[in-house]
Design a protein. Structure first.
Length: 453
């Protein structure tokens, strides 16, 4: 009798976590395609009109979705995950509880906010990010779970690259003509930054703006390539090189057309870090690093020479944002001005000729500005801890996938020094989920050490 009852239970234990992992991956993939707008832009902003709830099939298919839909989806995943998570981890306990401590402090800081609407929208996004982290930590810590999790993300990542190619080869011009023909005449006022974005030839694919696309590529290309190259049982070495080459070419093409200067330099740095991990001879490794460095810097100089000749206006603007954020943090060292409220502080002191900014373009500094130095400490300690523990685990038998995830998170964390990737759901939610997986699998080994093939 017992033997007859065991098989259904065994199947549930086997397939339940796999189905949950697939659903979780589908949600992360959906975030890449549909949830790219920072929540602070949907509060008292004309941009909110562009992410209104879809009302027709074509809007559901082609348009962006408001973040609230994502919150309902991640909430449902959290409840479903309670049935399949495994409350086991070898990660340091302090690192496991840091996201909760950070989120709780965001809640405290929100009670002292100068703009409750902005802080409320931002807190919901942060809460969804933390849920993604714990679902990755406790819901993906089985050997077979990661493949089911990554397949939907891979499909969404490829779809994002296809949209990027479409934009570069005519899609942007068609969008521009449609806007000025049918939409612009109906608007009473048009924000200058929206007009600037419409007139630009930089692609953003399904992301909020070009640098967000660069952030998604930096985060996801390394683990996607690592996953392809470790699939020895599914593909021959030639097939793996072909698939990896096609994916890398598409992603780097989109990165180049995004016009993200920081993204290009970080991709170059990530490539150098990756080359250092391979078991080449020292001579070959030095030659390859020299070639990659020379080509990368030459391409950067050729692409962006005009930008620096014009005075690097975006770099100058960022220093202005950072100065205001630091002054705001010093003036409000404990609670800050409230999550997501940098724009309020900046509007008070910005120069008349300066472009308005809603975010600091430095996630760590914005944490200090918005939630005081406690919020900055909690968040920064969490990011550094994930990278440190993840890198330490590489020394105990590095695996391709683990290294790919770590490298993507490393590039994402560095980009946050000059961008607002924490505040973009389509980048932050995948990053937190991958950080959870990386910590949740600490002490485990899923594949063979990195080699030259």
């Amino acid at each position: 009798m017992v033997s007859q009852l065991n098989p259904p239970e065994t199947q549930l234990q086997t397939w339940g976590p796999r189905i949950f992992s697939c659903l979780f991956g589908a949600f992360i993939g959906l975030a890449l395609l549909k949830f790219s707008t920072p929540p602070v832009f949907t509060v008292s902003s004309m941009i909110a009109e562009w992410v209104a709830p879809p009302t027709s099939g074509i809007e559901w298919l082609l348009g962006q979705w408001p973040p609230v839909i994502g919150y309902w989806l991640v909430g449902g995943l959290g409840l479903l995950g309670l049935a399949f998570v495994r409350w086991q981890t070898h990660a340091p306990r302090l690192l496991v509880v840091l996201p909760i401590a950070w989120l709780m402090w965001q809640c405290v800081a929100a009670t002292q906010s100068v703009d409750a609407a902005l802080s409320g929208a931002t807190f919901k996004h942060f809460a969804a990010s933390v849920v993604c982290f714990y679902l990755g930590l406790f819901g993906l810590n089985r050997n077979q779970a990661v493949a089911w999790f990554l397949w939907p993300i891979m499909l969404a990542f490829v779809a994002m690259l296809v949209v990027g190619f479409s934009q570069h080869f005519g899609g942007l011009e068609q969008t521009r003509q449609y806007f000025f023909t049918y939409i612009y005449p109906t608007l009473k006022t048009v924000p200058a930054d929206l007009l600037k974005r419409i007139a630009s030839d930089r692609i953003s694919s399904t992301s909020f703006y070009p640098n967000s696309l660069a952030g998604a590529i930096l985060l996801l290309l390394p683990p996607m390539l690592a996953w392809i190259f470790q699939a020895r049982e599914q593909f021959t070495i030639g097939a793996r090189w072909l698939l990896g080459g096609l994916l890398a070419t598409g992603a780097l093409g989109c990165l180049y057309w995004s016009g993200s200067k920081g993204g290009w330099l970080l991709a170059l740095l990530a490539s150098l870090v990756a080359l250092m991990q391979f078991k080449f001879s020292k001579r070959i490794k030095v030659i390859l690093i020299g070639v990659v460095l020379a080509l990368g810097l030459a391409g950067f100089a050729w692409k962006y020479a005009g930008f620096f000749q014009r005075g690097a206006t975006s770099v100058v603007a960022r220093f202005d944002y950072w100065r205001v954020a630091w002054d705001s943090a010093v003036a409000n060292p404990v609670f800050g001005t409230g999550p997501g409220t940098f724009s309020v502080a900046y509007a008070k002191v910005k120069r008349p000729e300066s472009e308005m900014a809603r975010l600091t373009h430095n996630d760590y500094l914005q944490q200090a500005s918005d939630s005081g130095f406690p919020g900055f400490i909690f968040y920064t300690a969490f990011i550094i801890g994930v990278l440190r523990v993840g890198y330490s685990a590489l020394g105990n038998g590095p695996s391709r996938l683990r290294f790919g995830v770590w490298l993507g998170l490393f590039a994402w964390a560095l980009q946050a020094l000059v961008e607002f990737t924490l505040y973009v759901p389509s980048v932050a939610w995948p990053a937190f989920a991958l950080a959870g997986w990386l910590l949740g699998t600490t002490g485990k080994r899923f594949d063979k050490p990195i080699t030259a093939d």
